[in-house]
Each structure stands twice: as C-alpha cells, then as structure tokens.
Design a protein around this ligand. Sequence first.
Ligand SMILES: NC(=O)c1ccc[n+]([C@@H]2O[C@H](COP(=O)([O-])OP(=O)(O)OC[C@H]3O[C@@H](n4cnc5c(N)ncnc54)[C@H](O)[C@@H]3O)[C@@H](O)[C@H]2O)c1
Length: 311
Amino acid sequence: MRILITGGAGFIGSHLTDRLVEDGHEVTVIDNLSHGKKHQVPPQARFYEADVTGPELDGIFEACRPEVVYHHAAQINVVTSLQQPLKDAGTNILGTLALLMHCKKYGVKKIVYASSAAVYGTPQYLPVDERHPVKPLSFYGISKHSPEHYIEAFSALYGIDYTIFRYANVYGPRQDPEGEGGVISIFLNKLAKGEVPAIFGDGYQTRDFIYVKDIVSANAAALTSGGGRTLNVSCNVPSSVNGLLELLCSLTGNKVTAEYKPALPGDIRHSVLCNEAAKSELIWTPQYSLEEGLKDTLAFEKMADQTNDEK
Ligand SMILES: NC(=O)c1ccc[n+]([C@@H]2O[C@H](COP(=O)([O-])OP(=O)(O)OC[C@H]3O[C@@H](n4cnc5c(N)ncnc54)[C@H](O)[C@@H]3O)[C@@H](O)[C@H]2O)c1
C-alpha cells in the first residue's frame, strides 16, 4: 500500500515507519525536523523535509499519491502550547486541516490520527473511556482535540475513512525527554548520567504507560480495521511515579533516591485509559507490561550505543 506518515522522523512516527516498511508498504515520510531526526527514518522510506503547513505539501501528495495517511506531526509540548498558543494551533489545527484538504484533493482512502489523552482533562471517573467528557486543560489538549472534529467532518462530507487514536503516555527508545510521556526518558537520562531524578509531588500519582511497539501494532491494525472510530490506546494499568523509578533502578542497577519537589500546578493525580474498545475493534492487545517495555527500551538503546561506537 502507498502510505504517507507525517512526523515520521520523530519518536512514535519513526517506529511506525520502521514497521510499515518491514511489512512491505511503500512509505513516504514528511517531517520538518523541528523535533525529529532524519537518521531515524529508514532508508527504504522516501523522506521529505517539509512542513505540513507549507506549500510543498501539494507536490508531495502529487508524487506519492498515498492511499493511507498517518498523521503524527505535531507540536507536542504542553508548556510551549501555553507560551505560544498561535504556534501550537498553527501546527496542530491548521496543519491537520491542510493535510485533510490534500487527502480530499488526492483521493486518500483513510487517515489515522494520533490524538491524546490530554483531550479529556481531569478524569471524572477511571478508567477514562471514549465517552468521557472532553475538557482539555491546556492549549495542547485543545489543539489535539479540534482536528478530531475536522477529521469527522471530512469523513462525513467527503467519505474519507478515519481512525482517531487517543494515546496514553507512550514511552520507548528514541523518546526525547521533552515529550508528553517524557518522565521515563527523563529518568533514564538522569540515571545514565548518575544524576538524581526529581519527582513532583509525593510520587503516588499514577499514569498509564504504553510501550511504543504496542502503539505501532495498533496503528498497523488500523490499516484494515477501526474505521470511523475514536479509540483510546493504552495498557489500562496505573503505575505510580515512585513505582516507576523503583523499577528503573532495579533494572539498571542504580540506587538513587529521588529529589521530591512541589507538585506542578494542574497536574492530574490519576490517569488511566480504558482500552476495551480498541481491543475489540482492532483485535489488538498490548503485549508489553511496563517491566517488559522498559527492558526492551534498555536493550534497544544499548544496541544503538554499540552501533554508534562501531561507526
Ligand atoms: N509521546 C506521547 O506520549 C504521546 C501521547 C499522546 C499523543 N501523542 C501524539 O503522537 C504524535 C507523535 O508524538 P511523539 O511523541 O512521537 O513526538 P515527536 O516530537 O517525537 O514527533 C513529532 C514529529 O513531528 C515533526 N513535526 C512537528 N511539527 C511539524 C510540522 N509542522 N511539519 C512537519 N513535521 C512536524 C517533528 O519534527 C517530530 O519529528 C503527536 O501527534 C503527539 O501529539 C504522543
């Protein structure tokens, strides 16, 4: 199949690109490299350093004629969204709209969109299912949610199929410590440097961490299922930040005590997403527990370090 992946040089997008290339698809990647890295795009994929809001989008669609578009390009930083809401909305809302207009013009059959648990805001009940009210707390949450409406409207008006995924906290190799689910990469980074990690609040706040390979398998399943659906993609397992650090220390052989700092204003206490709809719609189930995902991340990064040393 001919597939276009936006943000394919970034953390999640590059793993998805690897998988779709391996599966034998003809993959094109667009990324403006504002946060992604070109070397993360496998050589079998065609790469365009381009912005989803830019005029070059038309030529790229013309050249690659995608049947399916995976949209992962985004401004992903909550703090940036609060400091520069116009920039955030420009990339996340207008970028998606520009992409949809090209999907319509070039007869794309399906768009798969990476939305976020951030659309829900403070959970009113747990686990949060897809019927939970949407009340984003940040401009990022708003700018990830608005495109969902555009996608649904383009589908209703022009017959473009879609799957909207709302990801929980994603982690894995290549994640930048700045990202949304950054706590794991921040901790790993600190432990590798022998520095003391900081925990904001008492550390008993929980998050629903999902390994990037499970996110990729949900996306791969969306090639043939999940049409017209908005689905949480999560493990549906709460893990405390204290428990996470303890696990990381035991896996890496570190013995550090975190530095506790005041809780961040507006921080959500508990966040767990229900994944039952994704499981039944996609015939998918997450394969990695937190411990397995962390072990895989450490093994992957060790291999990458060895490869870099050999170069
Ligand atoms: N990481 C998470 O925990 C998480 C959770 C929920 C949702 N998401 C969503 O998943 C997607 C991927 O996130 P990620 O964590 O891999 O982040 P990432 O920053 O690693 O990937 C985003 C990529 O998009 C590119 N990009 C940004 N603006 C662009 C533009 N205007 N034109 C072209 N390319 C552009 C960046 O260079 C980067 O490579 C995002 O849409 C994000 O909102 C991520």
